[in-house]
Design a protein around this ligand. Sequence first.
Ligand code: FDA
Length: 304
Amino acid sequence: RFSNSLKSIARDQHLKTYLQNSSELYPLLAKGAKRFVAGERREDGLVRAKEFHTQGHAVSLEYIGENTITKEECVRSKEEFKGLITDLGRLGMKATVSFDLSHIGMMVSDDLAFIHLEELASAAAKNGISLMISMEESQKTDRILSLYKRISKTHSNVGITLQVHLNRTSIDLEDILSLSGNIRLVKGAYQEGEEQYIPRSSELNNRYIHFVTTCLEHDHPISVATHDETILTELKKKDLLRNPRVEVEMLDGVRPDLLRRLHDEDVNTKVYVTYGSEWYLYVVHRIAEYPPNIYTFISDVIEE
Ligand code: FDA
């Protein structure tokens, strides 16, 4: 309940505008956000990505944003992602660029989202980069999957995120296993109707492990995107983590200790790095999904 209340408060536009206009509060919040977000500029994201790359981790990069409602904003976001892809190519970094389809056009129309997706996929292919489509709330799942299937016909460098907590996902997974794009499994970050999903529980963890096994039975590449040590330990026991088709992907700043340990154990590891001026909602989500982060956030803010 705390988590959902926090997310609703964060979506309040008045509060957001007030904070952004507050010359005292905004810099403090930005200081606390640094643990989870590289900075506001693309350059900040690239610097952070290079650090992880040098440490031996693969990297996913996201320019933060979602639910972009005008065509002009969608074009601007798409151009930012294109610039990011070109820069990554120039730096010779084999990375993944990750985004919400609602950030690049889906709120305007599926056709606009597809045109932008295709442009990004072609630019990414030229630069040796892969793309990963994030999964949004369940009202959008059908449209996102349909755009993913459409792009998969021409581009094998585009992957898709599936939310294990949704009951429909076992069918969706079967449906896309024949496509070549990487599958990223996440537990799911959105509040859904009771009949649509199962909450955090051992049942959810077992389902997660079952989906990983299913992907590997089909020899399908997979990102195990979780910080849950119980799941990771279980996968390790089953000797599934060091499979070359598997990478373990974690959000920057969430469990760096665990990620380093897995890397030292020869597991393929990946860090999800974010940047952009829309960091506020992203950071509130990180606190909402793990409330003890509020203490870390406050201590980062007050640290000299
Ligand atoms: P869970 O929430 O059960 O947490 C397990 C344990 O991990 C906690 O007990 C704690 O120890 C640690 N932990 C988790 N979150 C933490 C935090 N913020 N700070 C500190 N510790 C924390 N969701 C979505 O709906 N669509 C998407 O496209 C994506 N994309 C995505 C990409 C990547 C790379 C990751 C890692 C995650 C996502 N997510 C997502 C978010 C995902 O759905 C989920 O909300 C978070 O990963 C948290 O879930 P866990 O699997 O970590 O388990």
